[in-house]
Design a protein around this ligand. Structure first.
Ligand SMILES: Nc1ncnc2c1ncn2[C@@H]1O[C@H](COP(=O)(O)OP(=O)(O)O)[C@@H](O)[C@H]1O
Ligand SMILES: O=C(O)C1=C[C@@H](OP(=O)(O)O)[C@@H](O)[C@H](O)C1
Ligand SMILES: [Mg+2]
Length: 181
């Protein structure tokens, strides 16, 4: 195991399309950690897609499932966790996120839109004007994402590998336990 985080979990937060799932996998491998995606745990256990959970049970039920998964995941160590973009909305979720190091992958609405314009798996973006929707959701959530320990501002054209490397390089500057370095 790479000793950088001394076993504490790394939580990736940020908007839909920011690359939490993609970069999270790479970070797990760099850290010698396990990888968990909260959306994947939810869909595997519900045996339904995120779209179907939203359509059949509603967003509020999805948020409950998401909090349950986060509380279960946070009982483990040595995990890189890709969260869903809305995990920051519930206050109770923060008590779990704060067990680990929280990294915000921050991207502009235009970058997110370009990545997701063909995507049909984000129910909140199935809208006649997805760019405006992304812009509005980001406005509502920005102050919550900003509570992360580390903010990584994504550059257009940067590969997932480059982003993961940048996260790894910046972790020492924000470690909570100075005796852990
Ligand atoms: N650095 C990147 N450059 C280009 N495309 C990316 C990058 N990171 C992720 N993607 C693509 O953007 C989409 C959303 O990525 P994903 O990891 O699912 O984001 P999130 O989990 O934050 O919603 C996917 O199609 C993914 O392949
Ligand atoms: O931002 C959100 O509210 C959501 C983000 C999605 O995950 P990603 O951020 O991985 O796309 C997924 O949890 C769900 O569609 C809701
Ligand atoms: Mg994801």
């Amino acid at each position: 195991m790479n000793n950088l985080l001394q076993g504490i979990n790394l939580y990736l937060v940020g908007m839909m399309g920011a690359g939490k799932t993609t970069v999270g996998r790479l970070l797990a491998s760099e850290l010698g950690y396990g990888f968990v995606d909260t959306d994947e745990v939810i869909t595997a256990s519900a045996k339904k897609s995120i779209n179907n959970i939203f359509a059949e049970e509603g967003e509020a039920e999805f948020r409950k499932l998401e909090s349950d998964v986060l509380s279960q995941v946070s009982a483990y160590t040595k995990l890189a966790v890709a969260t869903g973009g809305g995990i920051i909305l519930k206050r109770e979720n923060w008590s779990y996120l704060h067990h680990g190091l929280i990294v915000w992958l921050d991207a502009t609405p235009e970058l997110l839109y370009n990545r997701l314009k063909q995507d049909t798996t984000r129910p909140l973006l199935q809208d006649s004007n997805p760019l405006l929707k992304i812009t509005n959701i980001l406005k509502e959530r920005e102050s919550l994402y900003a509570l992360a320990d580390l903010r990584i501002t994504l550059q257009e054209g940067e590969t997932p590998e480059e982003i993961a490397k940048r996260v790894m390089n910046q972790i020492p500057s924000v470690l909570k336990h100075s005796d852990a370095v």
